[in-house]
Ligand binder design. Structure first.
Ligand code: TXA
Ligand code: MG
Length: 341
């Protein structure tokens, strides 16, 4: 595996060229986006896309997001671009919004998990855009983690999960959003929010009007990814109400055998001595909490925590995405291995 450090704003063209050549050879390249690191391959090459599923250990029915460099490139992948898609692209691309639309027949089955739709976005990261331009292909890219693990927001997380399963890692430092894109299905009459993410539901509704929330079981068939266990740290994850994380963590520590390290992810500094607590604190905005959450889950695992208490935030703005990830991680953690995404 080739680990290439690049300037996030002005990546070295030689590094981008090397990564683009790997893509054209059908190999996998991990690259930064504004949300999380992606594991990229030529979206139109079924053999290359198959390597993504193999490297991640991802179920074959969980489709991938196709990344393009310009909104115009959507036309080549989907049958029709409805007016709402034009509007949303104009407002939010490049950016953390993924649009699901009926696919053209040349988009391979393996890329779309056999669905007749394809998910597309334009990432807002100079390195991602430079790579797509340089290889001249749309890039299929899920988050670059082993299936079921928290998404990687730093190159070292990619390397820890995938190592030599990936040919090249483009390392541009930490991602700025820290949670994945919002997935919005525009393939039927009303837009359906399949996964909350970096663009808030409120911001989307301000542009196209009411959006249906599609997180329920009934939507399982529409967004296969939401069916699987996700984002789980190795530690057992417990959610605390806003402002209650430290108190809850101390309660867990007090009722645990001595030596058990308890992680706490909170929005305010600890008020007392750390003791058996290992804290990650994100004062200020919910955006800052979102940015640091996945890295905190990974770091608390590495610090040997067997239980982690995370502070809840209101289900609004990017908080809806934070709570979606926390709830999935909490329901998935500590259990035996099951179907994973
Ligand atoms: O921010 C992101 O979206 C990152 C970066 C790398 O762009 N990518 C990412 O990909 O999070 P992944 O594969 O981890 O999540 C893709 C989500 C899954 O929930 C998947 O089921 C859904 O998008 N999806 C993809 N294609 C779909 C389709 N045709 N219909 C419905 N859902 C789809
Ligand atoms: Mg993922």
């Amino acid at each position: 595996m080739l680990h290439l450090s690049v300037d996030p704003e002005a990546p070295d063209p030689a590094a981008i060229r090397q990564a683009a050549e790997a893509i054209r050879r059908g190999e996998l390249v991990a690259f930064p986006t504004e949300t999380v690191y992606g594991l990229g391959a030529d979206a139109l090459d079924p053999a290359a896309v198959a390597r993504i599923f193999e490297a991640k250990g991802r179920p074959a029915d969980n489709p991938l997001i196709v990344h393009v460099a310009r909104a115009e490139d959507l036309d080549a992948l989907v049958r029709r671009v409805p007016p709402e898609a034009h509007l949303l692209a104009a407002y939010f691309w490049p950016g953390p919004l993924t649009l699901v639309l009926p696919r053209r027949p040349h988009v391979p089955d393996i890329t779309t998990g056999g669905l007749n739709t394809v998910a597309v976005r334009v990432p807002a990261h100079p390195v991602a855009l430079a790579l797509i331009e340089a290889c001249g292909r749309p890039l299929a890219a899920p988050s670059a983690n082993r299936s079921g693990r928290p998404s990687p927001t730093r190159a070292e997380d990619v390397i820890a999960d995938l190592g030599d399963r990936v040919a090249v890692v483009l390392d541009a430092g930490p991602c700025s959003v820290g949670l994945e894109s919002t997935v919005l299905d525009l393939s039927s009459n009303t837009p359906v929010l399949l996964r909350p993410g970096g663009v808030s539901r409120e911001a989307i509704e301000a542009v196209v009007g009411p959006v249906r929330l599609g997180a329920g079981e009934a939507e399982g068939a529409r967004s296969p990814g939401t069916r699987y266990r996700h984002y789980a740290p190795r530690a057992r994850l417990l959610l605390a109400p806003p402002g209650e994380a430290e108190r809850e963590a101390r309660r867990v520590a007090a009722s645990s055998p001595p030596g058990v390290r308890v992680g706490v992810i909170a929005r305010a500094a600890l008020t007392g001595p750390a003791g058996d607590l290992e804290a990650r604190v994100f004062p200020g905005s919910v955006e800052a909490y979102a940015r640091g959450l996945f890295a905190a889950l990974r770091d608390l695992d590495a610090a040997g925590c067997t239980v982690v208490v995370a502070e809840s935030v209101p289900d609004e703005g990017i908080g809806l995405a934070v709570m979606d990830r926390l709830r999935r991680a909490a329901s998935g953690s500590g259990g035996a291995g099951d179907a994973r995404a």
